[in-house]
Design a protein around this ligand. Structure first.
Ligand code: TXA
Ligand code: MG
Length: 336
């Protein structure tokens, strides 16, 4: 495993240019990157992740100066947002340029998603590469996104080729949940996936009214069941009775038997929520930002501890709290 991990950005850039794939730290989550102009390298990303080709990849660019090279008909509000928020956790869905090829990014359609990541290693890698990098989150399809290099190796080490591929060690991810995806192909922008950049921020900076809707038409990857650990996730929202923790469980007898042997419940909630006896406290974040930062690590931890169920009490439903709720609900959604 060791020869897959590095902090050598020059090496990672060379491997990308040679058609390798690179586990890349970003401020949101770790991505699995390939050169945007290398059709074969990009195809490997889909193969490694086990991702259907109708789930397109986000293009990462070094800065706003590269935007026009990859998108057309960009509305003024999108420029304002790019100027203010980039580098940062905002992805813009824009019209493709007629003179470039994008179909290898997946999802044959007239649009492309673009963002400028804020992690200094991602930024340096993009500068060194001198080209765009397409990167999905560096997890197997439908699974929890990685927020550390160790998580990337847990997900993908078996599938990466030493000497050809590499994972950059950029430490834990700052934000912890994926970027906000904003559809900028209409007069009013639509939030397709909530993230750290919320609707109020988009509205204020963009000077537009924002539609908050998770559209499955434009973001085919935003499946109901996603970001899922093996453990069953039960989301308790404000107004739900705490006794629901038990009545929402699908198999009461099973719970009784298992908890009699060993604790199998995990709790994920803000610090002020106390931990019932016999329940493993997975995380006790102090605020919504901290909640987002530890969310995926906590879900992984639950699996490592072989817990059967995770009780999650989301943070207040505003700002990044909405993104946390969204990921928890997807983790809780029925598996296909
Ligand atoms: O924070 C992030 O956005 C991370 C880091 C690595 O940049 N990336 C990420 O990528 O979350 P991924 O592939 O795990 O999720 C991207 C989502 C998918 O649901 C995909 O279907 C959607 O964006 N998407 C990408 N390009 C699209 C397009 N052209 N049209 C519609 N949906 C698109
Ligand atoms: Mg993903």
């Amino acid at each position: 495993m060791k020869n897959l991990l590095t902090s050598d950005i020059g090496l990672a850039a060379r491997l990308l240019k040679d058609g390798g794939v690179v586990g890349m730290p970003t401020e949101t989550v770790y991505g699995l990157g390939a050169s945007a102009t290398n059709v074969h390298a990009v195809a490997r990303i889909f193969a490694i992740k086990g991702r259907p080709v109708n789930h397109p990849l986000i293009l990462h660019i070094h800065g706003i100066q590269d935007l026009d090279a990859w998108a057309s008909n960009i509305p003024a509000y999108a420029y304002r947002l790019a100027q203010e928020v980039w580098p940062g956790p905002l992805t813009l869905l824009l019209h493709r340029r007629p003179d470039r090829s994008y179909d290898h990014f997946g999802g044959i359609q007239p649009f492309v998603t673009i963002r400028v990541p804020a992690h200094p290693m991602a930024s340096a890698l993009l500068a060194e590469m001198g080209d765009g990098i397409v990167a999905p989150s560096a997890n197997r399809f439908g699974r929890v996104s990685p927020t550390s290099p160790t998580h990337v190796l847990e997900e993908l080490a078996d599938l990466l080729i030493p000497g050809r591929d590499i994972v950059l060690d950029g430490g834990p991810s700052d934000v912890g949940v994926e970027s906000t995806i904003l559809d900028c192909t209409e007069d009013a922008p639509v939030i397709l996936r909530p993230g750290a950049v919320d609707a109020d921020t988009v509205g204020q900076i963009g000077g537009v009214s924002v539609v908050q809707r998770v559209s499955t038409a434009h973001a085919p990857g935003t499946l109901a069941s996603h970001y899922a650990p093996h453990a069953e996730v039960i989301v308790i929202r404000e107004g739900d009775a705490v006794s629901d923790i038990f009545t929402k469980s699908s198999d009461l007898e099973d719970v009784a038997v298992q908890s009699a042997i060993t604790p199998k419940y995990g709790l994920l909630a803000l610090e002020q929520v106390s931990t019932p006896e016999g329940v493993v406290r997975l995380a006790a974040p102090t605020d919504s930002e901290a909640y987002a930062r530890c969310l995926y690590r906590a879900l992984r931890e639950a699996d490592a501890l072989q817990l059967t169920r995770i009780i999650a009490i989301p943070p207040p439903e505003k700002g990044i709290g909405l993104a946390v709720l969204d990921r928890l609900q997807r983790a809780a959604a029925e598996r296909r």
